[in-house]
Design a protein around this ligand. Structure first.
Ligand SMILES: *Cc1c(COP(=O)(O)O)cnc(C)c1O
Length: 418
């Protein structure tokens, strides 16, 4: 559920016409809905309220400071994958004791920063990393709280690039090797074992991969507790899908209904790491039609947003609904909706049926709030685009549009070229 709907022929972001925002702030433009973000976060809070839990929003989905502040103010923690994300989380006011840190390639500097910040725990992905955390914590005379990220070898039945929980993936520690690795961890002087972590993938649209992986992980948790490991946190990752097209993914309440009974009397604090299911349908990308072009047996609608602004269609062949900011009754055409980037892979949609569009009219790419701006780049030397948040009738920039001078602000010309 979200707050981007037509009133008459005009699409609104909450109580403001999208066309108005596009005129005021320019295009391409990301628009986020405050009420949608809050609703999605609250859905998790409500669903899991009967079980001790921490909802650690996955920053990589959308790390805009205003989005993070909104979530922080409502009690969210953070799932981070880099020092930069730790910086953003702390700056937004997310308390360190609600921050968990995953990722296969944490550097020594990042580990030091996280230790210094007193985060809740590291989700450790290999033996080597475990030893590096131990070494770094030792030098700082600290004990590093950790969970091991366990790979339960479950097929998340999603796009191969966003599936992470099978043996062939680079993530986590194979479940067969879990006990051995927990023994190694508890033998290290500067490590405190406190949890178990899993995350099996993203855009998962059925409940069974969550239930199956949970059952496997609970067998491990029981075994660890029997062996006297002090497991207090069970981090079950993120990955709940959203409707992009015609999917009907489970909602947090379905997750809770299927997962919580499995926990029974176990005294564990549950950690959830939702990203996409919080931010995805809380954002849209507005783009302006530049040109129309007839190709060999195919029409092109050329717009001012490119793959550098929204990478998902190019990277994953992802589907996004594309709707006019103002509906019309023109004849439907079939067209590729493409950006200005010099790559054939630069498209927002292929062979899409859409009512005729005229140059200067705005199109709205739906479900663009997650893995949109956070994956964007300056490729083709295109300055970063603006982001706006709408709350009822109120709206304002949450990131100003980049300028040309921003593109070169970190560059240096060596003396011998001057
Ligand atoms: C990406 C990621 C998430 C969030 O996934 P969503 O599909 O956006 O919910 C959670 N945990 C980890 C470890 C991740 O890498």
């Amino acid at each position: 559920m979200h707050f981007f709907n037509y009133k008459g022929n005009e699409m609104y972001a909450e109580d403001v016409p999208v066309r108005l925002l596009a005129k005021k702030y320019g295009t391409p433009l990301y628009i986020y809905s405050y009420k949608t973000l809050l609703r999605h976060f609250t859905a998790y809070k409500d669903a899991f309220k009967n079980c001790p839990n921490i909802i650690c929003y996955a920053l990589k989905a959308n790390s805009n400071g205003a989005v993070l502040r909104l979530l922080a103010k409502n009690g969210s923690g953070a799932d981070i994958v880099s020092g930069g994300e730790l910086f953003r989380a702390l700056r937004a006011g997310i308390p360190p004791e609600k921050i968990v840190y995953a990722g296969v390639g944490k550097t020594t500097e990042e580990i030091r920063y996280a230790l210094k910040s007193r985060i809740l725990m590291f989700n450790v992905e290999s033996k080597d990393e475990l030893r590096e955390i131990d070494r770094t914590a030792g030098k700082m005379r600290l004990k590093a709280p950790i969970a091991l990220r366990i790979n339960p070898d479950i097929n998340a039945l999603t796009h191969p690039y966003i599936s992470t929980g099978m043996k062939k993936h680079k993530f986590g520690i194979a479940i067969e090797d879990a006990i051995e690795n927990y023994r190694i961890a508890s033998g290290l002087k500067n490590i405190a074992v406190i949890g178990v972590h899993k995350h099996i993938g993203s855009q998962i649209t059925s409940i069974s991969p969550f239930v199956d992986s949970m059952k496997r992980i609970l067998v491990l948790v029981d075994e660890l507790q029997r062996l006297d490991f002090n497991i207090r946190y069970l981090d079950i990752g993120g990955g709940l899908g959203i409707p992009y097209h015609d999917e009907t993914p489970p909602v947090p309440a379905d997750m809770a209904k299927n997962i919580l009974p499995l926990l029974k009397e176990r005294k564990l604090t549950l950690i959830l790491e939702p990203g996409r299911s919080i931010a995805g349908n809380a954002g849209i990308l507005v783009t302006k039609t530049l040109y129309l072009k007839k190709g060999e047996g195919k029409d092109f609608i050329i717009v001012d947003a490119g793959m550098n602004d929204l990478m998902r269609p190019s990277l994953y062949s992802a589907y996004h609904h594309i709707l006019p900011a103002v509906r019309n009754r023109r004849r439907k055409i079939t067209a590729d909706i493409v950006g200005p980037i010099c790559e054939s892979g630069d498209f927002l949609a292929r062979e899409r049926q859409i009512h005729g569009v005229k140059s200067g009219e705005y199109l709205v790419v739906m479900s663009a709030g997650a893995y949109g701006m956070s994956m964007s780049s300056n490729y083709n030397s295109r300055p970063g685009i603006a982001e706006v948040m709408v709350n009822g009738r109120t709206h304002g920039l949450v990131r100003r549009r980049g300028e040309y001078k921003d593109l070169v602000k970190d560059e240096e010309i060596p003396g011998y070229l001057r």
